[in-house]
Design a protein. Structure first.
Length: 220
C-alpha cells in the first residue's frame, strides 16, 4: 500500500480526535488525523509526522496525518484504513478462490470472507499502533466493536468456519500483539474466549516507510 504523495511536518498539538495542528516549512496547518485512537505515546509535540494530500473536493483540511516517528526512532503508520488495504493486497497472493471484503455475518460486518478448497473463512483485521518494550498491544482505547467482532468470530468457529483475527502491526520490529487489558479488560476476556473457541490469531509483521506500508511476514 503506497501513498501517492507524502510530505514531512512537525507535530504541534491535537485539539481533538479528528484533527491536529502541525508545522510545514514554517507555516501552521490544521490536518485530519486518520486514527481516532489515543496515540498519546506517539503524537508528542515536536515529533516528526508525515502527511498526504488525497485531493478530495470540498475537504475542510488539505492533508491527512498518516505516519509518525516515535521517540525511540521507530516509524509508525497510524492510518486506520491502511490495515484493511494491505491485508486485501496480501490475501490476493494467498491462493484463495474467493475474497469478499466487508462481509455481513450475524449482527456484524466482518472485514473479509474467503473460500478455498471447500473451506469457508472469516477474517477480522485490527491495526496495532501501540508498542511497549518491543511488544504490540491492542486496543489503545476501549472498543466495544472489537469485543463484538471477537464474539462473532468465536460463534462462527463453532459453526465450522475457519475464523481468524489478524493484527496488522503498523511498525517494524514487533512480532507479537497482546490484549491491552489495562485499557479494556473486556477485550482481553473476549480475546481468550475466541482463541479457546478455535479462532486463529495472526500477527502480520510490516515494514513502514513514510509513504508506504507492506506486510513482510505472516502468519505466525
Amino acid at each position: 500500500m503506497k501513498y501517492d504523495n507524502i510530505i514531512r511536518a512537525v507535530f504541534i498539538k491535537r485539539p481533538n480526535r479528528f484533527i491536529a495542528e502541525v508545522e510545514i516549512d514554517g507555516r501552521r496547518e490544521t490536518v485530519h488525523v486518520k486514527n481516532t485512537g489515543r496515540c498519546r505515546e506517539l503524537l508528542i509535540p515536536g515529533c516528526e509526522v508525515w502527511l498526504t494530500a488525497p485531493g478530495t473536493p470540498n475537504r475542510k483540511t488539505l492533508y491527512d496525518l498518516v505516519a509518525v516517528r516515535k521517540e525511540n526512532g521507530i516509524l509508525f503508520n497510524i492510518d486506520s484504513q491502511a490495515p484493511n488495504m494491505v491485508v486485501k493486497e496480501w490475501l490476493a497472493g494467498q491462493d484463495y478462490e474467493k475474497v469478499v471484503p466487508e462481509y455481513s455475518y450475524g449482527d456484524s460486518r466482518i472485514d473479509f470472507y474467503m473460500e478455498r478448497g471447500g473451506e469457508r473463512y472469516l477474517m477480522e483485521v485490527k491495526g496495532c499502533t501501540l508498542e511497549v518494550d518491543g511488544i504490540g498491544y491492542f486496543p489503545d482505547a476501549p472498543t466495544e466493536r472489537g469485543v463484538k467482532h471477537l464474539r462473532e468470530l468465536a460463534a462462527a468457529a463453532k459453526k465450522g468456519y475457519k475464523a481468524m483475527l489478524a493484527f496488522v502491526i503498523q511498525m517494524d520490529g514487533v512480532s507479537e500483539v497482546r490484549p491491552n487489558i489495562d485499557t479494556h479488560a473486556e477485550f482481553g476476556i473476549a480475546f481468550d474466549e475466541a482463541r479457546a473457541a478455535g479462532v486463529e490469531i495472526l500477527y502480520l509483521q510490516c515494514h513502514v516507510e513514510p509513504d508506504s506500508l507492506v506486510i513482510v511476514e505472516g502468519p505466525r
